[in-house]
Design a binder for this molecule. Structure first.
Ligand code: ASP
Length: 437
């Protein structure tokens, strides 16, 4: 099967892959920022403001797409499950795997970020070193204003009294719940009403994906501006916390893909994880380089169907659904990032707020599209749900591309393990036909 990334190369050989552009922007941003002497001026401009302008433009564009992108993605995703109701048991098993593994991934992330505390250096929040200038008293007010200290209030807040107001205010949790209900209701309409609705929402989603794609193309400029501002205003010491944050994510992703998923594969499906890894290698490498589970889907299906020997009935249902809603790596990343940002601002999140982060991380991973950096956009949703400043995203922008490569691999790996586990529970035998042991 053709590698989807070949297609892009064939169409635009002069175009440089985005992750290289971002890594270059990162390097250029750090060097330019560090090279600016204290008090230097670019004509009438303070260079730190000039860098900040570029970065802020990018952040504003990211914020612009969140609400319509999320609504389009969730409504079409849930509405598309319509036929799944008739698939009953298959759906139940798939759902159980997807929710279960995503939750386990989030919990590993939660544990490690609380243990390692990458947002603190010697007990001091790293936000200041990294050039964050948010007013923490305001944030504390946000937290209280949102009633996050009370579990009952969270449940109440999930039901919007006015969904349009929730969207306008960027209150994501009630919006997600409303969009899920909306999508579920579409599946129950008679076909003459259902089809035009579905097509409208699919159109909206396609438009938002296009606009998000445009925004993502500017990531190198945004990364350059934000990272140069950090480097210029705070020097080299700003990057140590970033390395610790990246390490926390990498450790948690490794735990999930090398311990949790293999263990589940053994226990639930009774197959050898090593065999599975061998047949999935092409899909995993594609996920790593394209940073997109959707672009990798053709390869994932090929590897699971022909390499692992799972029936087409199972793969054609489980894998496309997984590429859209099952993102263990993304879920874990959302949770670690939100807590890192809170720590960096010196905000202590109690058990109830952390629970809110877990629930929102799960929902955000379901709502995230399988495209590069979708998880980065979704972090803003968690931040606004918990009441943390959206500017915190700037902190992790620099390491996002590398972490995106790794979490996309984990996303694809979990989908493929899910397909095998569901197939075995559905009574399929003779898996991994080509591998002799
Ligand atoms: N790039 C990821 C994926 O396609 C989504 C994310 O950004 O977390 O699976």
């Amino acid at each position: 099967m053709a590698n989807p990334s070949n297609h892009t190369h064939a169409r635009a050989p002069w175009r440089w892959p985005l992750h290289w552009q971002i890594l270059t922007a990162l390097a250029l941003g750090i060097t330019s920022g560090l090279a600016i002497p204290d008090g230097a001026r670019l004509g009438p401009l303070d260079p730190i403001d000039a860098f900040g302008f570029l970065g802020d433009l990018f952040l504003r564009a990211l914020k612009m797409v969140i609400v319509p992108l999320l609504a389009g993605s969730i409504v079409t995703g849930v509405a598309g499950l319509g036929d799944a109701r008739t698939l009953g048991r298959l759906f139940g098993r798939t759902f159980a795997w997807y929710m279960g593994t995503s939750l386990l991934a989030i919990l590993v992330g939660l544990l490690l970020v609380n243990l390692i505390q990458p947002g603190y250096a010697d007990g001091v929040p790293v936000g200041e070193t990294m050039g964050l200038q948010a007013d923490v008293s305001q944030i504390d007010e946000n937290l209280q204003g949102r009633g996050a200290g009370d579990l009952v209030a969270i449940v109440l807040r999930m039901i919007p009294t006015n969904p349009v107001a929730a969207a306008a205010e960027g209150d994501m949790l009630p919006l997600i719940v409303f969009c899920m209900l909306f999508g579920a209701a579409i599946t129950m309409l008679p076909s003459e009403l259902r089809n035009p609705q579905l097509r409208w929402w699919e159109g909206l989603f396609a438009i938002m994906m296009r606009i998000t794609g445009w925004v993502i193309r500017f990531t190198p400029l945004g990364v350059f501006g934000l990272i140069a501002r950090i480097a210029a205003s705070s020097g080299v010491e700003a990057f140590a916390p970033l390395a610790r944050f990246a390490l926390t994510v990498v450790l948690a992703l490794s735990f999930h893909s090398l311990i949790t998923l293999p263990l589940l594969l053994r226990l639930v499906a009774k197959v050898s994880p090593a065999r599975h890894a061998r047949v999935m290698a092409p899909a995993l490498m594609t996920a790593f380089t394209t940073r997109s589970s959707s672009a990798t889907l053709p390869l994932t299906m090929e590897c699971v169907e022909h390499g692992a020997g799972v029936s087409n009935r199972v793969t054609s249902f489980v894998l496309p659904l997984g590429a859209t809603v099952n993102m263990d790596g993304t879920a874990l990343y959302e949770c670690v990032s939100a807590l890192f940002i809170a720590q960096a601002y010196g905000i202590v999140l109690g058990p109830v707020e952390q629970f809110l982060v877990v629930v929102t991380a799960l929902l955000a991973s379901i709502g995230a599209a399988g495209i590069p950096s979708a998880g980065l956009v979704m972090i803003s949703i968690i931040l606004s749900t918990v009441g943390l400043p959206l500017e915190g995203v700037a902190l992790i922008l620099a390491v996002d591309p590398l972490l995106d490569m790794l979490r996309t691999c984990v996303n694809v790996l979990s989908d493929s393990c899910g397909a095998v586990a569901v197939a075995v529970r559905e009574g399929e035998t003779d898996l991994y036909p080509e591998i002799q042991e």
